[in-house]
Design a protein around this ligand. Sequence first.
Ligand SMILES: [Zn+2]
Length: 339
Amino acid sequence: MIRKRQFVTLLSATALALTLGSAPAQAAPEGHGLDPRPSTAKLARELRALEWLSLGEVDVTSLGKSNQGRPVWGARVGHGKVRVQYVTQQHGDEPLGTPAALEFLRKVGVGHSPWQRWLRSKVTVDIVVRANPDGHEHDWRYNYDPEAFPEYGEHGKGYDLNRYHNPSLAPELNPATESGLVQRRYAAFQPEIMVDYHMQGRYVDAGGKEITASVLWPTNAGVKKADVDFAKQIAVVAQQSINGHGGNVSQYPGGDYEGIARNAYGLRGSGSVLIELSAMDSREQAQIQDALASMLAIAQKAADGSLRGVDPAKADAIPPRGPEIPALAGARAAEPALD
Ligand SMILES: [Zn+2]
């Protein structure tokens, strides 16, 4: 039985939850209540709101349409010499990079503080916000192309977008539509830095502490050493920013295939890094904030030049990913290690 005082407390909590739930991300208290999985329609509204609130500092364009006709959004902020590109949600069921990207655009683009003006004068940050909107709506990894028999992907669903960035594959011939859109945006922008945000299962380190995120640089043998070293510098900045937020970063045991964005954009000469956020249901808001912290730190250190001073050997010292936590890993437990 609920006594009157408890009932009032419950009512207030419900009212608060309703307020937070219905408020736009811009009005939510910092670090709380960000929608981890905004719908396609809500994402479009949030981006248009950012464009408007930033008085044009955030520039949003449709890069083209997904197979099912949903726009794939590109958002750009800043006008500096150093070009940085982030990609979120190539895999539809790996959502948390997307709300982090919205927060990044708001923090950098909305307002005219000295720090914001300085950062925008030093870097141009281009974000492909949710590369795979169809996969998001179907809540699966692949794009939507059920008739296809993909070399990488699943018949009945679609292509694995993160296997179709091969430098030799022309965007107009790319069978994975949305990967072609990312390729085109990359080619037009020519970023020095390219960071691709994904999600993984749940793992521990050698000491039994849970890993909150994993990072990796290009491992394809064709990537120049200087470009691998630059990617390692970016990976170290990502590790430090996430660990500084209470996270625990490991290396990611990824593959060498050239069609993986991490390898492909390294082959094309960018400092190219993969960030995998662990799927920790009870830590979702913190995971979004960690991704945001890495986006801000990479842009900041690219802007002030300190990124090039990081010791790349520190990346090799990032601990390896330990064993999976089977009881917590859920549906992902069956999947092998995949970028
Ligand atoms: Zn992924």
